[in-house]
Design a protein around this ligand. Structure first.
Ligand code: THU
Length: 131
């Protein structure tokens, strides 16, 4: 099993914890911190739809709550629908913590790998606020 396959399997396990009674679109994510520690998250929806949390944001905030500030990789997958891709807000949250590699699944469930730079070109980040 490749590293990509292992991370997607872990993301799928996280997706099985999804709380998504409104969209019925179960998403899971795994974060690999620069120190090698891994954190998972699933999407958590809310009756006030705008209060819902994406799987990627959930995994990243889990990592940050454990002291992580540098993240290398995020893997994301969904159990429903035709493959998945992080929303714009989650791409920006990834950018904050230096994510370099994003692993997604295609409609067949096979891993695809992207540089965050390709998913969020000409991005705005913490360095832009420093003098
Ligand atoms: N969602 C994620 O958790 N991550 C993505 O990459 C795309 C969308 C969630 C948000 C919402 O709970 C459901 O999927 C439908 O948009």
């Amino acid at each position: 099993m490749t590293d990509q396959d292992r991370l997607i399997a872990a993301a799928a396990a996280a997706a099985r914890q999804s709380y998504s009674p409104y969209s019925r679109y179960r998403v899971g994510a795994v974060v690999v911190a620069s120190n090698g520690a891994e954190y998972t998250g699933c999407n958590v929806e809310n009756a006030a739809y705008g209060a819902s949390i994406c799987a990627e944001a959930n995994a990243i905030t889990n990592a940050v709550a454990d002291g992580v500030r540098e993240i290398d990789t995020v893997a994301v997958t969904c159990l429903d629908g035709d493959g998945c891709s992080p929303c714009g807000n989650c791409r920006q949250i990834m950018r904050e913590f230096g994510v370099r590699r994003v692993i997604l699944t295609d409609p067949a469930g096979d891993p695809l790998e992207y540089a965050l730079d390709d998913l969020l070109p000409r991005s705005f980040g913490p360095e832009d606020l420093q003098d």
